[in-house]
Design a protein around this ligand. Structure first.
Ligand SMILES: Cc1cc2nc3c(=O)[nH]c(=O)nc-3n(C[C@H](O)[C@H](O)[C@H](O)COP(=O)(O)OP(=O)(O)OC[C@H]3O[C@@H](n4cnc5c(N)ncnc54)[C@H](O)[C@@H]3O)c2cc1C
Length: 328
């Protein structure tokens, strides 16, 4: 028996939130008296397998094949299916990224298993896993109990602390995946890499977001927001109003129909604080709001609020942080 964690990699770089999930898997496996196992799939992924051992996996299953070089659902579901059998897993965990969330759902279908999508916590009751999900825009927490022998959950990034890596101990077990390229129905025609140095919204520790408040000069507004983000090493987010107006691409949207984020610091600039926006960022540790309107609802959720024009406040913050962080 084991708890199996899928280690997502993109261009052979592991996605950090997987280590958070592995850290939790290790804790649960310990309480269940079983093993924490990891699945690393890709091409030339030995280094990631060693890293997974360092982050506490007792066993790492490695599926190394050109077919798995980039994420595609069909071969990855097949790989997880094999790994679940090899590991005799009773709990399968992924990070709730686009790939992780889809993979968890398809694996649950394939194995006829119960799934908790976008879980924010996990614990045991009577030795069985229970997953916690945030519902009603994060205003309530719901516990999901599993009736199936295999439980599947995708975990929101930054739900658990990042464990400290140690020396690699444990075993690496190669997996044979009986799938040739001709059998894979999904073909990758083009890959568009993210802009250089772009920080993933869901993994970011700091996010600076812009809303319709930039409307007076959207290009300038998001340039100022981008500069503040650069100084802080932050990702850039946006409200749906800003995305719908064409000020910024959809991939930056935070909220009910965008990304769910949980940074240590969320700076909302010219965002009113609609419930659908709060659904995506309300769990941030510290929320700072910059808004001209002292009655804006965002101030009810913000830990710190500045009633000011963002075109004045954002560059002033950038300048001050530059000085204080020695980036001048
Ligand atoms: C089904 C559904 C799903 C949705 N999903 C999402 C979602 O995923 N994400 C999301 O964000 N929204 C979502 N929405 C839309 C949501 O209801 C709001 O319309 C949207 O969040 C508003 O964006 P905003 O705060 O940027 O704009 P507004 O509500 O127009 O707020 C703009 C704010 O900027 C302030 N402001 C104006 N000028 C300045 C200035 N110069 N300096 C400082 N402040 C200024 C104003 O006082 C105001 O508070 C969804 C709606 C529906 C119905």
């Amino acid at each position: 028996m084991s708890v199996l964690v899928w280690i997502e990699q993109i261009d052979n770089e592991p996605v950090p939130s997987c280590w958070e999930v592995l850290g939790k898997a290790r804790e649960l496996a310990h309480q269940m008296g079983t093993q924490a196992a990891a699945l690393v799939a890709g091409q030339d992924v030995d280094a990631i397998a060693q890293e997974a051992l360092g982050y506490g996996a007792d066993t790492v299953y490695v599926a190394d094949s050109p077919v798995l070089a980039r994420f595609r659902l069909q071969p990855y579901v097949e790989t997880v299916h094999q790994a679940l059998d090899a590991a005799q897993a009773t709990l399968f965990l992924t990070n709730a990224t686009v790939h992780g969330g889809t993979l968890a759902a398809m694996v649950a279908c394939r194995r006829n298993a119960g799934i908790a999508a976008q879980a924010v916590d996990l614990h045991l009751e009577d030795g069985r896993p229970v997953a916690t999900r945030a519902i009603y825009s994060g205003n309530m927490l719901a516990d999901i109990h599993f009736e199936s022998d295999l439980a599947v959950a995708s975990i929101r990034p930054r739900s658990f602390p990042m464990p400290e890596p140690g020396p690699a101990k444990g075993t690496v077990v190669p997996l044979e995946i009986p799938l040739a390229e001709e059998q894979v129905e999904e073909k990758i025609l083009e890959v568009k890499p993210a802009e250089k140095g772009e920080i993933s919204l869901t993994e970011a520790r700091i996010i600076v977001s812009g809303g319709r408040g930039v409307a007076a000069d959207p290009a300038k507004g998001f340039q100022l927001i981008g500069e503040l983000a650069d100084v802080l090493g932050a990702a850039v987010g946006a409200s749906r109003a800003a995305v719908d107006a064409g000020y910024i691409e959809y991939k930056h949207q935070v909220g009910q129909t965008g990304k769910t984020v949980k940074p240590d610091l969320y700076i909302a600039c010219g965002i009113s604080g609609a419930i659908q926006h709060l659904a995506g960022m309300g769990q941030s540790k510290v929320i700072v709001a910059i808004n001209k309107d002292p009655e804006a609802p965002i101030f009810e959720r913000a830990h710190y609020g500045v009633v000011e024009d963002l075109f004045v406040m954002v560059p002033a913050l950038t300048e001050e942080f530059r000085k204080r962080l020695g980036k001048g």
